[in-house]
Design a protein around this ligand. Structure first.
Ligand code: ZN
Ligand code: ZN
Length: 183
């Protein structure tokens, strides 16, 4: 996933490609964690443009992922389909504060400005895309927004059956408080 900048004339540059799951950085680490497994090649398309001294890469990353529902614990599959915008710079950055007397300005690192530094005349997207992809994974994947989950008392899957479990009687405990006088 390398952009050669000398291929990028005024027009910018568009690319589409697919990456086998095991070629994606950290994919093996996710699988070992047991939370996610990539089921399909990862489809990536992007357009890169020069904006001043910056290179802006906009695109989309998509694939099928297997995971376990955070409520009912069943395995399920979902589509990950995310757009991204990454901005790269190879220039040293200095920001001048308005009205500051000194000419030096404040040195801000590329990262502090939300930019991704690169050196030379090519950009390797791999790491930045892997990070985007990782951020796009749900923290608590759900097989469905309406998933009823498991009964916390008997463990039955409430999507399939109902049970007679009743929550402990908190209401009863607190009803005693109703008669309390607060001065
Ligand atoms: Zn579920
Ligand atoms: Zn129950």
């Amino acid at each position: 996933m390398i952009i050669q900048l000398d291929h990028m004339k005024e027009q910018g540059l568009s690319r589409q490609f697919q990456l086998a799951p095991h070629d994606f950085p950290d994919a093996t680490a996710w699988e070992e964690s047991g939370d996610f497994k990539l089921l399909e090649p990862i489809r990536i398309e992007f357009t890169a443009n020069r904006i001043g001294g910056l290179i802006e890469v906009k695109g989309q990353i998509a694939t099928g992922v297997a995971s376990f529902c955070g409520r009912c614990l069943k395995p399920f599959r979902f589509e990950l389909d995310e757009t991204f915008v990454l901005t790269f710079t190879n220039e040293p950055l200095t920001v001048h504060e308005d009205g500051a007397d000194d000419e030096e300005g404040i040195e801000l690192s590329a990262e502090e400005l939300g930019l991704i530094p690169f050196v030379g005349d090519s950009i390797d997207l791999t790491e930045a895309l892997a990070e985007q992809f990782f951020l796009a994974l749900p923290v608590r994947p759900l097989c469905s927004e309406e998933c009823q989950g498991l009964c916390p008392y008997c463990g039955i899957d409430l999507n399939d059956k109902k049970c007679d479990c009743t929550p402990p009687d908190f209401a009863g405990k607190f009803s005693a408080l109703k008669n309390m006088k607060i001065n």
